[in-house]
Ligand binder design. Structure first.
Ligand SMILES: Cc1cc2nc3c(=O)[nH]c(=O)nc-3n(C[C@H](O)[C@H](O)[C@H](O)COP(=O)(O)OP(=O)(O)OC[C@H]3O[C@@H](n4cnc5c(N)ncnc54)[C@H](O)[C@@H]3O)c2cc1C
Ligand code: FES
Ligand code: FES
Length: 526
C-alpha cells in the first residue's frame, strides 16, 4: 500500500480544526487548504502517486476512475449498518467533499501477504482484463458489491452484477469474463472488511463546527497576495448555518452530489468561485415516509431516495435502474436533478405527475410549490438567488391511481433520454377518468405537463377513442426539437406512442402485462 503523508505545515496544523480530514486507504490525511474544485482523481494521481485509478472521460461515464467511499449513514431511517461503502467517480468528486469520509483506491486491495484480493484474483482467473485501462475501475465497482453481499451474507444475481457494473466501460475485453468474475469472486476464500472499526474511525473524524477551506494556505492569505484570488469551500453542518451563508453569498455555487457541477469544471473548464456544499447539512439528509407522504431531503443521494420511492411506487423501478449508473446515483441527489432543471432530467416528469412539492428555504422562511411551477423557461426557475431547495415531498399512492413512467434512450444504462414520459390517471368505478396528469421531458424547453391532452381526457371514459384523441392533442402541447438524440418527428411520434402504451397497460379490460410491453423485461425473463 502506498505511504501517505499529511500535506500540512506546523503553523497550519494550529488552525487544523477548520481543515479537511479523511482516511485514504486507512491512513489519516489532513489538509488545511485545497483548491475547491480539485478532483479526487487529480489529487490521487498527482499528489499521492496512486495511479491505479485512471482518467478515461473525466465526466462520470466510463468508470476508469472508480473508487469506493465510506461514510457514516446519515439517514434517520433505520439501517442496520453504521457505515456505507459505495462506488464513486473520482473524476467528478471535488476533494473537500471527502471531509469525514474514507476513500479507498485499487491500491488498497492487495493483501498484506502480497496476495490479490478475491475480486482481483477472480478477474485474473476469468480473463477479465486485456489492456487493463478499465480494470481498476471494474475491480472497485466489484469490490463495493462484494462488500455489500459479504455483509448481508448473500450472493448477487446476474442482474445485480450487471447493475453494479453499469458505470464501467471496457473497450477490449468484452463484458462476459468480467461478469463471470463478479460471481467467481465469491467462490474464493473471503477477505473480510471491518465495518465496525471504520465506523469508529469515521465517528472520531466528525465534528460539530462547519468547515471553511481556503484554496490557498493561511500563510499566503496573511501575506495577502490578492484577496480575490482566494476562493472558499464552505461545508455548513446545519440548516441555520447554510441559510446564513447563502444569504451572505448568493453568488456562490451550491454543490450537492456534483454530478452536474463536476462537469462544469472538468468539461466546460468553468471557475466556480466560492462553493457552498450541502452534503454535511444534517437536516437535508432526512429521508422518510410520514403520514403525509415521502420526504426526501435535498442531500439524500439518488440511490437511497429512489429505493424509498420505489417501495411505494414500484413503477419507477426501471427508471431507477436507468438513471445514470450506480456510482453517479451514489453521489447525485434528487434535489440536484430538480434544481438543475434540465429539460432532459429524468426525475421531473414522474415527480410532476405524482404531485411532488419542492421546498425552498431562505432567511424569509420556507415555502413550497408544486414542482411543475418551479420551471419557467429554459433553465429558468421561479427560485430566488438566496433560496436553497431543502426537500422534495411526494404524496403516498392513491388507491385508484394508475401510474407509469418510461425513458427512451439509445442505451439502457447511463444514457440521456430522447423522451421521458410519465402518466398518472384515476378512474371511478364506471371507468370514467376523474383525474389525469401527463408530463414529458425531452420535448420542450422545460419538463412540462401536457395540459391539452389532459383536457381531452378529463371526465371521459378510459377508452381507445379517448386515448386516440389525447394522442392527437399532444401535438398542440409540444413542438419538439431535432438533435443528435432524435428528430422532432421521432420525439412527437414516440410521445404519442408512449401515451398509447400507458393506455394498453392500464386499460380496465385486458391490460397488457409488463413482459408484453417492455423489451427489457422480456429480455430479463428469457
Ligand atoms: C455519467 C452521468 C450520467 C447521468 N445520467 C443521468 C440520467 O440518466 N438522468 C438524469 O436525469 N440525469 C443524469 N445525470 C445528471 C445528474 O446526475 C443529475 O442531474 C443529478 O441528479 C444531479 O444531482 P447532484 O446532486 O449531483 O447535483 P449537483 O451537480 O451538485 O448540482 C446540480 C445543480 O443543482 C444546484 N443545486 C443542487 N442542490 C441544490 C439545492 N439543494 N438547492 C439549490 N440548488 C441546488 C447546483 O447549484 C447545480 O446548479 C448524469 C450525470 C452524469 C455525470
Ligand atoms: S474518468 Fe471516466 S468516469 Fe471518471
Ligand atoms: S481491458 Fe482494455 S479497456 Fe477494458
Amino acid at each position: 500500500m502506498a505511504q501517505v503523508a499529511s500535506n500540512s505545515s506546523t503553523s497550519e496544523q494550529a488552525a487544523g480544526a477548520q481543515g479537511l480530514q479523511f482516511l485514504l486507504n486507512d491512513k489519516l490525511i489532513h489538509l488545511n487548504h485545497c483548491p475547491p474544485t480539485q478532483t479526487v482523481l487529480q489529487y490521487l494521481r498527482t499528489e499521492q502517486n496512486l495511479v491505479g485509478s485512471k482518467e478515461g472521460c473525466a465526466e462520470g461515464d466510463c468508470g476508469a476512475c472508480t473508487v469506493v467511499l465510506g461514510e457514516l449513514n446519515h439517514q434517520t431511517i433505520a439501517d442496520e449498518r453504521a457505515v456505507r461503502l459505495r462506488a464513486a467517480n473520482a473524476c467528478i468528486q471535488f476533494m473537500p467533499t471527502l471531509d469525514g469520509k474514507a476513500l479507498y483506491t485499487v491500491e488498497y486491495l492487495r493483501q498484506a501477504s502480497g496476495e490479490l484480493h478475491p475480486v482481483q484474483q477472480a478477474m485474473v482467473d476469468c480473463n477479465g482484463s486485456q489492456c487493463g485501462f478499465c480494470t481498476p475501475g471494474f475491480v472497485m465497482s466489484l469490490w463495493s458489491m462484494y462488500l455489500e453481499h459479504q455483509a448481508n451474507n448473500t450472493q448477487p444475481s446476474d442482474i445485480e452484477v450487471r447493475t453494479a457494473l453499469s458505470g464501467n466501460l471496457c473497450r477490449c475485453t468484452g463484458y462476459k469474463p468480467i461478469l463471470q468474475a463478479g460471481q467467481a469472486m465469491f467462490d474464493l476464500p473471503s477477505v473480510n472488511f471491518d465495518h465496525v472499526k471504520l465506523g469508529m474511525q469515521l465517528n472520531a473524524l466528525q465534528r460539530e463546527e462547519p468547515m471553511t477551506l481556503p484554496s490557498i494556505s493561511a500563510a499566503r492569505i496573511d501575506k495577502n497576495i490578492n484577496d480575490s484570488d482566494v476562493t472558499y469551500f464552505y461545508a455548513p453542518k446545519n440548516l441555520a448555518q447554510l441559510i446564513t451563508l447563502r444569504t451572505a453569498k448568493p453568488e456562490a455555487t451550491v454543490l450537492a452530489g456534483g454530478t452536474d457541477v463536476g462537469l462544469w469544471v472538468t468539461k466546460q473548464l468553468k471557475s466556480l468561485g466560492d462553493i457552498i456544499y450541502i452534503g454535511q447539512v444534517t437536516e437535508l439528509h432526512q429521508l422518510q415516509r410520514t403520514d403525509q407522504g415521502l420526504h426526501i431531503g435535498a442531500a439524500v443521494n439518488l440511490s437511497d431516495a429512489l429505493q424509498l420511492i420505489a417501495k411505494h411506487y414500484p413503477q419507477i423501478n426501471e427508471q431507477w435502474q436507468r438513471f445514470a449508473s450506480v456510482p453517479v446515483r451514489n453521489a447525485g441527489t434528487l434535489g440536484g436533478n430538480v434544481a438543475n432543471g434540465s429539460p432532459i432530467g429524468d426525475s421531473m416528469p414522474w415527480l410532476i405527475v405524482l404531485g411532488a412539492q419542492v421546498h425552498l428555504t431562505s432567511e424569509r422562511g420556507e415555502r413550497h410549490l408544486p414542482l411543475e411551477d418551479l420551471y419557467v423557461d429554459y433553465m429558468q426557475k421561479s427560485m430566488h438567488a438566496d433560496e436553497i431547495i431543502t426537500a422534495i415531498t411526494l404524496p403516498l399512492p392513491k388507491p385508484l391511481q394508475r401510474f407509469a413512467t418510461h425513458k427512451l434512450s439509445k442505451r439502457y444504462d447511463s444514457d440521456i433520454s430522447a423522451v421521458c414520459a410519465a402518466f398518472a390517471i384515476e378512474l371511478d368505478h364506471n371507468n370514467m377518468i376523474t383525474d389525469v396528469r401527463i408530463a414529458f421531458g425531452g420535448i420542450a424547453a422545460i419538463p412540462k405537463r401536457a395540459t391539452k391532452a389532459e383536457a381531452t381526457l378529463n371526465d371521459q371514459p378510459w377508452s381507445e377513442a379517448s386515448v386516440q384523441a389525447a394522442m392527437q392533442a399532444l401535438a398542440e402541447d409540444y413542438a419538439p426539437l431535432s438533435d443528435m438524440r432524435a428528430s422532432a418527428q421521432n420525439r412527437a411520434q414516440s410521445a404519442a406512442n408512449l401515451l398509447y402504451r400507458f393506455y394498453l397497460e392500464t386499460r380496465t379490460e385486458q391490460p397488457l402485462s409488463v413482459s408484453q410491453l417492455s423489451v427489457f423485461n422480456h429480455e430479463a425473463n428469457t
